[in-house]
Design a binder for this molecule. Structure first.
Ligand SMILES: C[S@@+](CC[C@H](N)C(=O)[O-])C[C@H]1O[C@@H](n2cnc3c(N)ncnc32)[C@H](O)[C@@H]1O
Length: 356
């Protein structure tokens, strides 16, 4: 198989796997699979990044810049009444017209996300920690991206069943719950948090934010709109974010956070980016700093991709997000598996009896 044929095959498979949840990308992907020239654009990406979503993000970026109104008319995140005719001719024409720009994006960018829906998973765990410690919580969000989950206390939540928590806010996060989730009745007390990331996104950088939004799938219009609204909130009062590696920087941030409240490290779909020994080193770092200060760690990670973490898993192949609370009190580590969740926080199945 030639490289282009391999890329075409990738798009063919992507069309099948995304069809149920992303009809626009599925239709386009099926057409790209039959067009060696458009599929071949992806050869400009480094091998580890050469996946269909990167090409879709590059094209979406141009659409968001206003370069293709005829294609924008098909994107459900950009119009309430998407055009019903075939989006492929407009997509193909844009790829032909702007091939060099698209290749440039593919060669230099990687897919990047910041999923604020995960705050609906953090919140019950934060409530437990605040109630248990009696102190305001100070979040240290590792792998924070644009830092949008640091703004959890500025969002509104709609649990079903359970009702509203927080708000009013321009960002409202729905979450279906099952089991005895201990939903807080009000926002847990908190002090300002700190975000850490190897490649943080600056919410005041228009290009970086547009790329973040371009990585959001147009078929998931609600995710796109709440991301836009969260970015606006962040721009009004940007969270504290530092550049650095998770293992190298987490201890200092925890010590700093401890001066303002109870440090709560959060990781959501971040530690899967570390190799297994890096995951172990991260936990060892928390063990080390816990000999100096009490802390908690709320994690939303996939066990299948984080074998180096001490989170109990029903199977090594568990691909769902597992919500866990790990506490260190007097240096003693205890791990509590709280439940499983949708990766974007749309549902939470609580498993723990009390969560403590
Ligand atoms: C999939 S994003 C998740 C972002 C955010 N936690 C969320 O839930 O939306 C993973 C983030 O981890 C960051 N990351 C990857 N490796 C890292 C490392 N070694 N140290 C710190 N951050 C890292 C990436 O830059 C990226 O922003």
């Amino acid at each position: 198989m030639t490289e282009t044929a391999e890329l075409q095959q990738m798009f063919r498979e992507f069309a099948v796997t995304t069809a149920p949840r992303a009809p626009l990308y599925a239709r386009l992907s099926a057409a790209i699979a039959d067009d060696p020239e458009v599929a071949g654009l992806l050869a400009a990406a480094p091998p580890s990044q050469g996946i269909p979503v990167l090409l879709f993000a590059a094209v979406h970026d141009l659409v968001l810049r206003g370069h293709a109104p005829d294609l924008a008319a098909h994107y459900p995140n950009l119009t309430d009444t998407p055009a019903a005719d075939d989006p492929w001719p407009a997509f193909r024409d844009l790829c032909h017209r702007e091939g060099p720009t698209i290749r440039g994006l593919l060669a230099t960018r990687h897919t990047q996300t910041n999923e604020i829906g995960r705050c609906a998973l953090f919140l019950p765990a934060f409530g437990l920690v605040a109630a248990q410690t009696g102190h305001p919580i100070t979040q240290v969000d590792v792998g924070t991206s644009a830092g949008l989950t640091l703004l959890w206390h500025r969002y509104g939540y709609e649990y079903e069943p359970g009702g509203a928590v927080g708000g009013p806010s321009p960002v409202v996060l729905p979450c279906s719950v099952r089991g005895a989730v201990p939903l807080p009745t009000a926002m847990p007390r908190h002090a300002p948090g700190i975000g850490l990331d190897l490649q943080p996104i600056d919410v005041t950088d228009a290009d970086a934010v547009r790329w973040l939004e371009a990585c959001c799938w147009p078929d998931q219009a609600d995710r796109f709109h709440r991301l836009e609204a969260a970015v606006e909130l962040a721009r009004a009062a940007p969270p504290e974010i530092r550049q650095g590696d998770a293992v190298a920087t987490v201890s200092a941030a925890v010590r700093e956070a401890a001066a303002h409240g109870h440090p709560v490290v959060t990781t959501s779909w971040a530690l899967s980016y570390l190799p297994e020994d890096g995951q172990r080193a991260f936990v060892a770092e928390l063990d080390r700093v816990a000999t100096e200060v009490d802390l908690s760690w709320v994690s939303v990670e996939s066990p299948a991709q984080t074998p180096g973490l001490p989170i109990p898993s029903t199977a090594a192949t568990e691909h769902l997000s597992v919500l866990a609370l790990t506490t260190w009190r007097g240096g003693e580590r205890r791990v509590h598996r709280l439940g499983t969740a949708h990766p974007h926080g749309y549902w939470l199945h609580w498993e723990a009896a009390t969560g403590r």
